[in-house]
Design a protein around this ligand. Structure first.
Ligand SMILES: NC(=O)c1ccc[n+]([C@@H]2O[C@H](COP(=O)([O-])OP(=O)(O)OC[C@H]3O[C@@H](n4cnc5c(N)ncnc54)[C@H](OP(=O)(O)O)[C@@H]3O)[C@@H](O)[C@H]2O)c1
Length: 344
C-alpha cells in the first residue's frame, strides 16, 4: 500500500483526489490537511465520501506527519508547494504538485506570470512535468512531479500529433478554450456565483493567461522550435469540463490526419481519438480520466480543427495526478482510474 498525504483537502481538486483514491486498491490516504477545517471528519464536509474514509479527519499541515507518507499531493494555491516540497523531499517523501509551482522551467518566467519570486528555484531542475503521454519514463524516475494545468492538458494533447510530425505552421496556432466554473476552485468569488456565471459565457484574460507560458513551453518541446500561440480562455456555465477548439494550418494536405492521431495515441490508455467527423462532448468525460479528441479539416482546406475535451478536475488535475502516482510507484497506470464518465 502506498501511504498518501494530501495538502489542501477541502478544495475541489482535493476532494476529487479523495473520490478517486477511495477506489484505488494500492493507495491509502493517511493524512489530509486543511487549516480552516482542522478536526472535521472528511465525510462531514463531503457526504459523497461517507463510508469510504471512516476515522479520517482534516488536520493542520505538519511537515513531520506528511514526511511519514510515501507521497504527498499538493492541491493548494501556488506558492504553498514552494515552501514545503524541499523538506518533504529531504524526508524521502515524493511530491506530486497539482499547482503551478514547478510547471515552468524558468524561475524568472514564473515570477513574471505569478507576480512573486519563485520560492524554490533550486528544485526546478529535477521537477518533471507530469504529462504521461509525453514524459512517462521521466515520471517513473521522479521525486517531484508538476501536474499540468487543465487548459494545458487539453490543448497540448490536441496539438501534439501535428507539432511532433512537423505538420503545422507553428507561427500561427490558436486555442479557443472553454472551462467550467469549478476550474476557479472552491473559494468564494463573485465571478463564480450562480447568478454571475449561470446562463452566460465570457472570454477572459485575452491579453495573457497564466497557462499560456505553460502551454507554449510544452508545444515548443513538441515542435522542437519556437511556436506562436493565441490562447483565449472562456468561462462557461457548467460545473466540470474543458473544451479546447484548436486551429492550425497544415503545410502538407496529403497527410491522413485521422491515421496520424490514432497512431500517436494508440497505446495511451487515457486518450481517445474518436472516429472521423466526431464532435466530443465534455459530458462524455465527466468524472473520467480521459481526453477525448476529434480531428477535422473542414472542406478539405489547409486549416485543421482539433476538438479536445477533458474534465478539468480529473484528466485536468486529480486523475492525471493519480495516473502519475501509478507510474511513479510502478503500478498499473489505470488503477483507480478505469471508470467511464458520468452520462447523462
Ligand atoms: N480547479 C481546477 O479545475 C484545477 C485544475 C488543475 C489545477 N488546479 C490547481 O490545483 C490547485 C488547487 O486547486 P483547487 O481548485 O482545488 O483550489 P481550492 O478549491 O481553492 O482549494 C485550495 C485548498 O488549499 C488549501 N490551502 C489554501 N492555502 C493554503 C496554504 N497556505 N497552506 C496549506 N493549504 C492551503 C485550502 O484549505 P485551507 O485553506 O482550509 O487550508 C483548500 O483545501 C491550484 O493551484 C489550482 O490552480 C486546479
Amino acid at each position: 500500500m502506498v501511504k498518501v498525504g494530501i495538502v489542501g483537502g477541502t478544495g475541489y481538486t482535493g476532494v476529487e483526489l479523495l473520490r478517486l483514491l477511495a477506489q484505488h486498491p494500492q493507495a491509502e490516504v493517511v493524512v489530509i490537511t486543511s487549516r480552516s477545517e482542522a478536526g472535521l471528519p472528511v465525510a462531514d464536509l463531503y457526504p459523497n465520501l461517507r463510508g469510504h474514509y471512516d476515522g479520517l479527519a482534516f488536520s493542520v499541515p505538519d511537515v513531520q506527519t506528511l514526511g511519514a507518507c510515501d507521497v504527498v499531493f499538493f492541491a493548494t494555491p501556488h506558492g504553498v508547494a514552494h515552501s514545503l516540497a524541499g523538506e518533504l523531499l529531504d524526508a524521502g517523501t515524493k511530491v506530486i504538485d497539482l499547482s503551478a509551482d514547478f510547471r515552468l522551467q524558468d524561475a524568472d518566467e514564473w515570477a513574471k506570470w505569478y507576480g512573486q519570486p519563485h520560492g524554490a528555484p533550486e528544485l526546478l531542475k529535477e521537477a518533471v512535468y507530469g504529462l504521461p503521454e509525453v514524459n512517462r519514463e521521466a515520471i517513473s524516475q521522479a521525486r517531484l512531479i508538476a501536474v499540468p494545468g487543465c487548459y494545458p492538458t487539453a490543448t497540448q494533447l490536441g496539438f501534439l500529433p501535428l507539432l511532433e510530425a512537423g505538420l503545422a505552421d507553428n507561427s500561427r496556432l490558436i486555442a479557443d478554450c472553454k472551462s467550467g466554473v469549478s476550474g476557479a476552485g472552491r473559494g468564494a468569488a463573485v465571478g463564480s456565483l450562480f447568478c454571475e456565471a449561470g446562463e452566460s459565457m465570457k472570454a477572459y484574460a485575452v491579453k495573457g493567461h497564466r497557462h499560456l507560458p505553460e502551454i507554449t513551453q510544452g508545444l515548443r518541446r513538441a515542435a522542437g522550435g519556437d511556436v506562436n500561440l493565441t490562447f483565449v480562455p472562456h468561462l462557461t456555465p457548467m460545473i466540470r469540463g474543458i473544451h479546447s477548439t484548436l486551429y492550425a494550418t497544415v503545410t502538407d494536405r496529403s497527410v491522413d490526419l485521422q491515421a496520424l492521431f490514432e497512431k500517436r495515441y494508440a497505446n495511451e490508455p487515457f486518450v481517445d481519438v474518436m472516429p472521423a467527423g466526431s464532435h466530443p462532448e465534455t459530458r462524455s468525460v465527466r468524472g473520467a480520466n480521459v481526453c477525448r479528441i476529434a480531428v477535422h479539416r473542414p472542406q478539405g482546406g489547409d486549416l485543421v480543427v482539433v476538438l479536445s475535451v477533458i474534465d478539468n478536475l480529473t484528466k485536468g488535475a486529480s486523475g492525471q495526478a493519480v495516473q502519475c502516482l501509478n507510474i511513479l510507484f510502478g503500478l498499473d497506470e489505470r488503477l483507480g482510474l478505469s471508470h467511464a464518465g458520468m452520462l447523462p
